[in-house]
Design a protein around this ligand. Structure first.
Ligand code: D41
Length: 686
């Protein structure tokens, strides 16, 4: 029964949407699959001939249209809050007590929900049509994932029912059901694609696709749990009834929601959900408890980040017993040597675990671990699995000691362990390949050498192709090498692409620009352990150049304020290492060295009155783009100023980064001088 005109077409779209809601949301199909398929084919036939009439709410739009090159930022009109969490009955009692006190009422009614382990999203419907969907992001600004969300089967593109609001912001969780996760992984294994470690990663990875057609093929689902904002219509005034109202509109809501009263009701719900947890077709990591009355919710309000009217009551982490087969040692990107446990694979909370981190040598000693031991592994949500206990009584005598290596498994350099520190590190500094990418990333970063456009993607490619073997190699890069370098842009669907000559030109220019650099920035760029920007600044203000600094003794360094014995020894050790010196020589000492370091005014030359900022008091607010607030505070203090946390009449000036907030208002009221970031940088002589 082919359709012939737009009126019939619109009716068919509405009908198919209703069928889809009955099937996916109510789990109660109105027609057999074959009938749906026939009607759907009619729809496609019509759309093929009338592409200008295709409705945004047509089910055909669910297969994934368009391509996302980047995910645009979306500002949430009403922020997406996070949830506070609790782990025990005592904390539950406290939570309820607080609510009772603030509402001055006993026997509070709650809406109890399962806590889905997925990703929070906001979906906007205007006059019943899905127009926008965004990730939570930082709560204020998320990413536009509309095209991807539209492909999720149980999300209606068009709402049904009466009294549909003109504007509706639905909050909920996108997740990957367990059955879909398992069958997707089967398929991925067969076709040589990446398998997901758990359903949550599956959901995250699928939502982050740039091609919605890929998202469309992933088994995702959505459950609504809150109304962020509503205009028009008349939604009920309790959380529970609102969720039912959403369901009336065709929006999927979890079936395990329940109204309960008081601590006993909450505790019973928690126990009940805990007991059916494994039989559910989705991962949950606890329950979410919300004061049911919206009026009370408003009365209770929010703390800085989380609502007072709701809490996540999490389940304890899950544990299993398995065997420790071996321990291997990995070199991290910062040189940290981490022991990794290889385990007899074991199923814990729906995920097979074959590896666990052991953190460091102390942890191995604390656990009294031996290879061959039976161990307890624990998985807590998304956290890396851990070994919590060795079952020492179960030993049979064949267990072997774990031997910590004395040299780096990557570069063979000596492994150092600083007294009082748990982490062992490769001393290979600027030469160890395992650390190189991280080192170069830091070296080129904004507050260091500030080589603009030198993204980590390029660094990785250049290191992997052995074009960069130390940071010094940056200055012998040429445009051709860069331009012809094959780069994988990380998109799983696209082939590696050529780094265009445009980017290469820009990069060469940026590298050129970095050749004249203030000494303090260069020191910071070297990535000496625990030498941040403030310490680098102190060093540059007390040593004329790299030669003076590199030959300074611990005693020389200890004379400087805010250089303690640990930092001093890191600095001395760094300049003792010959590999490091060779790199520094070729960067700025040898005759043809590329860098020209700009000397800072020396502390010893500054006027006898001491620092120019002595006696001044500053307050810092907002986000500075050139450094963190702590860094800014350290620098001000190193110049003799005080840094206070709130604005008063005594404040010399307020240093205001982006998004200043209430301190900015206060300073304006009090007539306190306000310095923007540029003025601040000038003040500290940058
Ligand atoms: O199932 C969930 N993961 C869930 C998350 C839920 N059932 N309810 C939630 N309610 C909220 C408030 C009360 C703040 C609207 C939440 C979340 N928030 C949430 N999820 C991630 C961040 C916040």
């Amino acid at each position: 029964m082919a359709i012939t005109n737009n009126e019939e077409y619109q009716a068919l779209v509405a009908k198919l949407n209703e069928y889809a809601i009955a099937y996916y949301v109510y789990d109660d199909p109105l027609v057999p699959d074959a009938s749906y398929d026939r009607l759907y084919k009619d729809l496609l036939d019509y759309e093929a001939l009338h592409s200008n009439e295709i409705l945004a709410s047509s089910p055909s739009q669910k297969v994934g249209a368009g391509i996302l090159n980047t995910f645009n930022a979306v500002s949430h009109r009403v922020p997406l809050l996070s949830l506070g969490d609790i782990f025990s009955h005592d904390e539950l009692v406290d939570f309820n007590q607080r609510v009772e006190n603030l509402c001055q009422q006993k026997n509070i009614e709650y809406c109890a929900e399962v806590k889905l382990d997925g990703l929070a999203v906001s979906i906007i419907y205007e006059n019943g049509v899905l127009v926008k969907a965004a990730t939570r992001g930082d709560g204020k600004v998320g990413e536009d994932i509309t095209l991807n969300v539209k492909t999720i089967k149980n999300i209606p593109l068009q709402l049904i029912g009466k009294d549909i609001p003109s504007y509706l912001d639905v909050r909920g969780e996108v997740f990957m059901p367990k059955d879909g996760f398992l069958s997707y992984n089967e398929y991925a294994k067969k076709t040589g694609q990446k398998v997901f470690a758990n359903p949550r990663n599956g959901a995250a990875g699928s939502l982050r696709q740039q091609d919605p057609k890929i998202t469309a093929k992933r088994p995702l689902a959505f459950n609504a749990y809150f109304v962020g904002e509503v205009i028009g219509g008349n939604l009920p005034d309790t959380q529970y009834d609102r969720l039912l109202a959403l369901k009336e509109f065709g929006i999927p809501v979890n079936t395990n929601i329940q109204k309960v009263v008081g601590v006993s009701g909450l505790a019973q719900y928690y126990e009940h959900i805990g007991s059916i947890r494994n039989s559910l077709n989705y991962d949950i990591d606890g329950v979410v408890l919300k004061v049911n009355s919206l009026a009370k919710q408003q009365e209770l309000g929010f703390t800085a980040k989380v609502p007072r009217f709701a809490i996540a009551y999490k389940f304890p982490p899950q544990e299993e017993i398995t065997t420790l087969k071996d321990v291997e040692f990995q070199v991290g990107r910062t040189g940290a040597i981490t022991p990794v446990a290889r385990l007899e694979p074991v199923y814990v909370g729906g995920v097979t675990i074959a590896n666990a981190t052991l953190h460091n040598e102390d942890e191995i000693k604390r656990l009294q671990l031996k290879i061959g031991d039976k161990v307890i592994v624990r998985r807590a949500g998304d956290v890396i699995p851990q070994i919590t206990k060795a079952l020492i009584n179960e030993r049979n005598g064949s267990e072997k000691d774990i031997v910590f290596p004395s040299t780096c498994p990557c570069c063979g350099s000596y492994i150092e362990r600083v007294e009082g520190e748990a982490v062992a590190r490769c001393s290979g500094g600027l030469v160890c390949q395992a650390q190189l990418i991280e080192r170069i990333n830091h070296f080129v970063s904004r507050n260091a050498m500030d080589i603009e456009g030198f993204g980590s993607k390029y660094v990785e490619a250049l290191v992997n192709n052995k074009i960069l073997t130390t940071v010094a190699d940056i200055y012998s890069l040429d445009e051709n090498t860069l331009a012809t370098l094959l780069l994988d842009d990380g998109n799983e669907e696209r082939k590696a692409r050529l780094l265009g000559s445009v980017i290469a030109k820009k990069l060469i220019k940026a590298i050129e620009k970095s050749k004249h650099i203030a000494f303090n920035r260069f020191i910071y760029a070297l990535g000496i352990r625990e030498v941040g920007e403030a310490t680098a600044y102190t060093l540059a203000s007390n040593f004329k150049g790299i030669k003076e600094l590199s030959t300074a003794s611990c005693d020389d360094l200890l004379k400087l304020k805010d250089v303690g014995p640990v930092v001093a020894s890191h600095i001395v050790d760094f300049f003792k290492e010959e590999h490091n010196l060779a790199v520094i020589n070729s960067l700025c000492i040898n005759e043809d060295a590329p860098l020209h370091l700009i000397e800072l005014e020396q502390e010893s030359n500054k006027n006898a009155e001491g620092s120019p900022l002595l006696g001044n008091t500053y307050v810092i607010t907002g986000t500075l783009s050139s450094m963190g607030r702590t860094e800014a505070k350290n620098i001000l203090q190193s110049l003799g100023a005080k840094v206070a946390s709130s604005v008063s009449k005594k404040t010399t000036a307020l240093i205001a980064g982006e998004d200043g907030g209430s301190k900015l208002t206060k300073a304006t009221e009090l007539g306190v001088e306000i310095l923007d970031e540029d003025a601040f940088l000038k003040l500290i002589g940058r």
